[in-house]
Design a protein around this ligand. Structure first.
Ligand SMILES: *[C@@H]1O[C@H](CO)[C@@H](O)[C@H](O)[C@H]1NC(C)=O
Ligand SMILES: *[C@@H]1O[C@H](CO)[C@@H](O)[C@H](O)[C@H]1NC(C)=O
Ligand SMILES: *[C@@H]1O[C@H](CO)[C@@H](O)[C@H](O)[C@H]1NC(C)=O
Length: 223
């Protein structure tokens, strides 16, 4: 059966809050010895995915094919297992990230903007295709998945037909999630298991789409 779902994304500014050109330990530093990572080599950067292939210079396509179109980067799912994803080839260590996104509309299709570190700290925006009036925020500290109670649901009007701006303002003391410029969630350092589960390691930015109901995915992610 033929089906096809699209997500479009235009990534706007990424601001690195601390000094530029820092390097960090790579792979999972809590598990093994690693070589240095590349930090964002500028204080501020941005990608306009409507502008052609050069828009992907700071990004690696880690799965599938993602192309520049007049609407932005196009992520499409045409068959089971498709999960086109791009990730920044730089890391930020605290900072501000903003993505203008129109989510995909298929039931079971998940559109995501994720900041993720090598040791699995994570800050998420996740839009579930079945719900065209809401989006979720979530976070993980060091891959701690002992409970799935960290997500919140935020109302947003027709995220699958209209572009909205989803941002994360990440500092050492708190994380703000912003929808169209308004703070819709704040996580304070102390709220994340006294800070131990607060995301506090260098992160890459990942933008992608995947089929949440795909039988090949882990049980907990299938609705
Ligand atoms: C980007 O992709 C290239 C080619 O697959 C790979 O060699 C490189 O390590 C990747 N860079 C990052 C930062 O992941
Ligand atoms: C879902 O989105 C696709 C591509 O944007 C569009 O062609 C299709 O009509 C949409 N389907 C529904 C049910 O809104
Ligand atoms: C993982 O998170 C739970 C709460 O969700 C917390 O009780 C537990 O202490 C955390 N584990 C670690 C290793 O931080």
């Amino acid at each position: 059966m033929a089906f096809k779902y699209f997500q479009w994304a235009i990534a706007l500014p990424f601001l690195l809050q601390l000094c530029a050109a820092q390097t960090y330990s790579s792979c999972n530093p809590t598990k093994k010895t690693c070589s240095a990572d590349t930090g964002l080599d500028k204080y501020r950067s941005s990608s306009d995915f409507t502008s052609g292939d050069s828009a992907f210079n700071d990004w690696n396509t880690s799965a599938g094919t993602v192309s520049s179109t007049s609407l932005g980067a196009k992520f499409s799912i045409a068959k089971q297992g498709d999960a086109p994803t791009i990730e920044s080839n730089f890391y930020i260590f605290f900072g501000y990230v903003e993505v203008k996104l129109r989510a995909a509309n298929g039931t079971g299709i998940v559109s995501t903007v994720v900041l993720e570190s090598d040791d699995l700290d994570e800050i998420d925006w996740e839009q579930l295709g079945a719900y065209d009036n809401q989006i979720q925020t979530d976070y993980f500290g060091k891959g701690n998945t002992t409970s799935y109670d960290r997500a919140t649901t935020v109302s947003v009007s027709s995220p699958e037909e209209t572009f909205h701006t989803y941002a994360v303002d990440w500092t050492s003391s708190k994380i703000d999630w912003l929808l169209d410029g308004n703070v819709v969630r704040t996580l304070n350092y102390a709220d994340a298991v006294g800070g131990s589960n607060f995301p506090q390691t260098p992160m890459r930015i990942r933008i992608g789409i995947w089929a949440g109901g795909d039988p090949d995915n882990a049980e907990g992610t299938i609705e």
